[in-house]
Design a protein around this ligand. Structure first.
Ligand SMILES: Nc1nc2c(ncn2[C@@H]2O[C@H](COP(=O)(O)OP(=O)(O)O)[C@@H](O)[C@H]2O)c(=O)[nH]1
Ligand SMILES: [Mg+2]
Length: 317
């Protein structure tokens, strides 16, 4: 298939391959058990395949779609060998994702006509928001963009300090206030300060306490409203960070957050060290919101622009 031939840097590929190692190992061992002793894809194999996909965190809806497609191929080609199953799965998953999603970005970029570009990062505690912001800032800075961070997760002192550590590491300014101060006020300050600095990108960290949807909604709405006093069309992007290692819980969080606020893109973190990488396939299929970034480690370079073809390619290789 031509899209698998798209060139992507070997460094990026290596990091992705390594990040998906556990998911792949688990998936393929389950898959090989499912087809053990069978030469042909029959109803039993399809049933087992369904179980393999669901237990690999692809999600029920996406699994059913994939099974339908494989069934259709079995219909056409009465004798579909199990040794071809891997290739067919890879093709059908790639096709499925390409139908439901827009073109993937290929690099870390922000639209040129939005300056400053305001990115608000949301998600529950511990999913990797601050880390993702740090990694993302480093990438933007590499591109020559001036980045300013806003520490609007004022709920815990450690959260502010952690963002400070990233700002120092990347070498970019951060706007912060005392712990417990109003997040909207921090966001307001950040946008003002960034305007004075002629910043290209502003990234606002938030505390995504999900214990109460109404509170969360009110807090995020207030931050947005206040930011709009400085930059009328802010935020340009609301990035929801999901922890991929939580599997189906990540789906649940995506549902909750999209009800509480308008989410425009997704980042799925911690794909390294988990066997639940299949969750990206499901999330990418189920939500009408593009997965923009994936986290494949704790290091500064361990954030990738998500490309579904690279992902599927790496997963099934
Ligand atoms: N292995 C791994 N760990 C990650 C990744 N992203 C974040 N983390 C770790 O997850 C923990 C929580 O991250 P943090 O950024 O503080 O989450 P926040 O509470 O949403 O801001 C930290 O220990 C991070 O180092 C990732 O892609 N891979
Ligand atoms: Mg944080």
């Amino acid at each position: 298939m031509s899209f698998f031939k798209k060139i992507f840097s070997s460094e990026k590929k290596e990091t992705l391959d390594k990040g998906l190692e556990k998911s792949k190992a688990s998936f393929f061992s389950k898959l090989s058990k499912a087809v053990a002793g069978k030469s042909k894809v029959d109803d039993d194999v399809l049933d087992d395949l369904e179980e393999v996909l669901i237990s690999s965190d692809v999600g029920v809806n996406t699994t059913l779609k994939i099974i339908d497609r494989i069934e259709a191929r079995v219909e056409k080609d009465k004798y579909l060998g199990t040794e071809e199953l891997n290739q067919i799965l890879r093709e059908e998953i790639a096709n499925l994702l390409s139908e439901t999603n827009e073109e993937d970005a290929t690099d870390f970029v922000v639209p040129k006509n939005k300056k400053p570009y305001v990115l608000m990062v949301v998600g529950v505690n511990g999913v990797g928001k601050t880390t993702t912001i740090g990694k993302l800032s480093a990438q933007f800075k590499k591109k020559g963009l001036k980045v300013v961070l806003g520490a609007a997760d004022t709920f815990r002192a450690a959260a502010i300090d952690q963002l400070q550590v990233w700002a120092d590491r990347v070498g970019i300014p951060i706007v912060r206030q005392e712990m417990g101060s109003d997040p909207a006020s921090v966001a307001f300050d950040t946008l003002n300060s960034a305007a004075a600095k002629d910043a290209d990108v502003i990234i606002i960290d938030t505390a995504g306490r999900l214990h109460n949807k109404v509170n969360l909604m009110n807090e995020l709405t207030k931050i947005k409203r206040v930011m709009q006093k400085v930059v009328p069309d802010a935020p340009h992007d609301v990035l929801l960070v999901l922890d991929g290692s939580t599997g189906q819980n990540a789906f649940e969080q995506a549902k909750q957050f999209t009800l509480a606020t308008e989410v425009t893109s997704l980042a799925v973190t911690k794909l390294d060290g988990t066997a639940k990488g299949g969750v990206v396939i499901g999330i990418s299929d189920q939500f009408q919101i593009p997965v923009k970034y994936i986290g494949v480690g704790e290091g500064i370079d361990d954030l990738q622009v998500f490309n579904k073809f690279e992902f599927v390619d790496s997963f099934f290789k």
